[in-house]
Ligand binder design. Structure first.
Ligand SMILES: [Zn+2]
Length: 87
């Protein structure tokens, strides 16, 4: 790689690290999260995509696991209701 390109990529990489530090954090795992992920930032692998809802940021991984927990809870409630009906 020519020196100039190397320097440019170093500067870019530093700029991205700085940008990542400025991103909001996922409320569950404190990983940087954004709703508009540029591919170049994504390549850094540290940033997750997510949403800002109910005044908190959450990455898609945590949204999914929360959704699973919610579903599991519903299943248990349903099961308890069924048991109550049977007994
Ligand atoms: Zn998360």
């Amino acid at each position: 790689m020519p020196l100039k390109a190397l320097q440019e990529s170093k500067i870019k990489s530093r700029a991205y690290l700085y940008m990542i530090e400025l991103l909001p954090e996922c409320s569950k795992r404190s990983s940087p999260v954004t709703d508009s992920l540029e591919t170049e930032i994504e390549q850094h692998g540290k940033v997750k995509t997510g949403h800002y809802t109910d005044r908190i940021w959450m990455c898609h991984d945590c949204i999914e696991s929360e959704e699973e927990k919610r579903r599991a809870k519903e299943q248990i409630i349903l099961l308890l209701l069924l048991i109550n009906v049977i007994l």
